[in-house]
Design a protein around this ligand. Structure first.
Ligand code: FMN
Length: 185
């Protein structure tokens, strides 16, 4: 039975939901999944004990979570050898313009440059506006920002842009692609 590490960072919980959905799909396909939210500096989780590793993070103010970038940089050699994949969660994916597509590509390129790890497979998923999770200042700031970009500004509820079917499809693809040797044994 292939053993996956699914390690992620999530500031307001949406990447956690996506990671949980990916883990459930992998388990449905017969994998064992260690789902692990990075806790910051000193996290001792390593890729070495696993058949495959999936890494996920979200974008805030143009950057992935620092602790996740540092973890991937620290383990980039192992990640380059073990079957692995990366997903990023951000709002620009929800926006069908060349400018947003360039921004999304930029987030991935920056991650590769910062970590020294070029994931064999990567995916970008549209995230959510989780107004109810934000503190007062963040809610105000995000609302103002979203107003200028024509995103929803109703702060009494959350707004989810994730294509959940695409998340599940990607997970099922990974189940067969990342562990072909194990799956055929
Ligand atoms: C303060 C803040 C800044 C953000 N900055 C960006 C950004 O620069 N680019 C982007 O595409 N999305 C941005 N987002 C959207 C997040 O990536 C999105 O809300 C995502 O679902 C967050 O996932 P998380 O809850 O796992 O952290 C921002 C969200 C917040 C709250």
């Amino acid at each position: 039975m292939p053993r996956f590490l699914l390690i992620y960072a999530s500031t307001h919980g949406h990447t956690a939901k996506i990671a949980t959905r990916i883990a459930a799909a992998l388990e449905k396909d017969g994998a064992t999944v260690d789902l692990h939210q990075l806790s910051g500096g000193g996290d001792e989780t390593t890729p070495h004990d696993y058949d495959a590793v999936i890494v996920g993070a979200s974008i805030h103010a143009g950057h992935h979570q620092r602790e996740l970038v540092e973890w991937a940089e620290c383990h980039h050699t192992a990640l380059g050898v073990i079957p692995s994949a990366f997903f990023t969660v951000c709002l620009t994916v929800a926006d069908d313009t060349e400018e947003s597509r360039a921004a999304t590509r930029g987030y991935l390129d920056d991650f590769v440059e910062a970590t020294g790890w070029t994931p064999g497979r990567s995916a970008t998923f549209a995230g959510a506006l989780q107004y109810r999770e934000y503190d007062f200042a963040t809610r105000l700031f995000v609302r103002l920002l979203m107003q200028s970009k024509h995103y929803p500004t109703d702060t009494s509820r959350d707004h989810d842009f994730t294509e959940w079917d695409a998340v599940e499809r990607w997970a099922h693809e990974l189940a067969s692609l990342l562990t072909p040797a194990v799956a055929q044994a």
